[in-house]
Ligand binder design. Structure first.
Ligand code: FEO
Length: 172
């Protein structure tokens, strides 16, 4: 059985994952409108992954005798000054999510809720991967700079990144 404070903290994380999904959906749409098809597909798939993260929390809360909440969401940024600015935002957001997961882990230990602590380890690993991926992408984006040919290849190749990361991590 979940304590009220753990339940509230997990429900707060549901909101964060849902907001992440919306934020990446907005990025996918922006990229699609700009004609960056590969980047757009990548962001659509990131958005889907965030929804999965949210659903895992929903199931866990309900299975442990709690009640998962669907709450009002903060509207995400819908336009970006450049695709580089968009990927900077992606990394910034993932760092924020990692901090939030760390805080949840801390609360679970404080409350000696080892089942929740164990459940959260999946998120801890996932955040390491997501932050690493966002950093790798941003490094490439910085390397490309204003080179249009570089952007063309990057937009083509980023789709592979989605496929290969999915292959590395089929349960995600
Ligand atoms: Fe679910 Fe990318 O954090």
């Amino acid at each position: 059985m979940l304590s009220k404070s753990i339940e509230a903290a997990l429900n707060q994380q549901i909101r964060i994952e849902a907001e992440s999904s919306q934020a990446y959906l907005a990025m996918a749409i922006w990229a699609e409108v700009k004609g960056l098809e590969g980047i757009s597909n990548f962001m659509y798939s990131q958005s889907d992954e965030e929804r999965e993260h949210m659903l895992k929390l929903v199931k866990f809360i309900n299975e442990r005798g709690g009640h998962a909440h669907v709450s009002e969401l903060k509207a995400p940024s819908v336009t970006f000054s450049s695709y580089k600015a968009m990927f900077e935002k992606l990394l910034e957001h993932e760092i924020f999510v990692s901090e939030s997961i760390n805080e949840l882990v801390h609360i679970s230990l404080q409350e000696k809720d080892y089942a929740t602590h164990n459940f959260l380890q999946w998120y801890v690993s996932e955040q390491i991967e997501e932050e690493a991926m966002a950093r790798t992408i941003l490094d490439k984006v910085k390397m490309i700079g204003d080179d249009k040919g570089g952007l063309y290849l990057f937009d083509r190749d980023i789709q592979q990144l989605t496929v290969s990361s999915a292959a590395d991590n089929p349960s995600a």
